[in-house]
Design a protein around this ligand. Sequence first.
Ligand SMILES: [Zn+2]
Ligand SMILES: [Zn+2]
Length: 349
Amino acid sequence: MTTTDADPNEETPTQPAIAPMSSQWHWHPDLPVKYSPYWNWPPKFGALGKWIWTNWLLSDRSIFLLLAFVVAFWMQPVGPEQANLDFGWMALVFIRNWIFLLIVAGGLHHWFYGIDGQGKLLKYDPRPYMKRKNALFKFGYQTWDNIYYSMVFGATSISIFECILRLAYANDFVGTLSFGAHPIWFVLLFPLLALWQSFHFYAVHLFLHQPFIYKHVHSVHHRNVNTGPWSGMSMHPAESLGYTSAVLVLLILPSHPVHMLFLAYWLMIGAASSHSGYEAIWSKDRQALLVGAFFHQLHHRYYECNYGNAEMPWDKWFGTYHDGSDDATKRTRDRKREMHARGRYANPN
Ligand SMILES: [Zn+2]
Ligand SMILES: [Zn+2]
């Protein structure tokens, strides 16, 4: 068993000796944990090219892109019928999002933890995913609890916002940007929305770690110390709405519905893949698809670090970056201890 941080709400924080990094993780990417190379100065074009290749073309985000195009141009394009609050088209939005999450989170869970598709290959946490009964979770099991929160609140929140945006496009409250008229903006908006989401996530997440909000809202998500695909969207309903509200930026930015769908899938399906607990799907002796986010896995282990993601260095700029090193673990624990001393964390109950 490895050294694991206790929940920050615990009354008496224990500070076990820090085991070396190598024994705390079963597998981790090269350290320090990297940010996207957009922020290097002078620019490193080789690193940029490699990042775009692996993160945009051989990772889960290629699936978000593909799905967004399929839905926006074929399955359910925005049309005049969506100018009204009509049950038919809105039901389709809800049902599709539930099905997408069920397929992706369910599929990943089945591969990693159901049939044990690749054993512990590229798995971050050495401990097994919790399949035992545990009273901490609704229905007594982490997976059933996580499915409940993800389907009832997570996918529902994103569907509510998708319906609002479809109404906005259909009623011309927001202009629809076409590739023909603005090809550069059309393409650039995809990575720009990823950067926007990084900022939005950092800001919302920092707020969620305020003691009162943490205790009543965010602790629902953090019961998952050892995460699985269903943990990603497993949130308190208030957090689900806050987290998925990132798509509302498109009420003020000229865009095409395909951009809205891309961001929606980034938020919903991306949460399932980034919490899968593995770096990548490994099949037929090679890495088939990058899915994990060690950056966020560190947040689930050490809590008071890495509130953002690897797209933008918000944590680095504001002093909460955990780069995966033993030093960073010590710094994070010191900060947490200080927070306890200042009574920042309210006791549970
Ligand atoms: Zn958190
Ligand atoms: Zn998380």
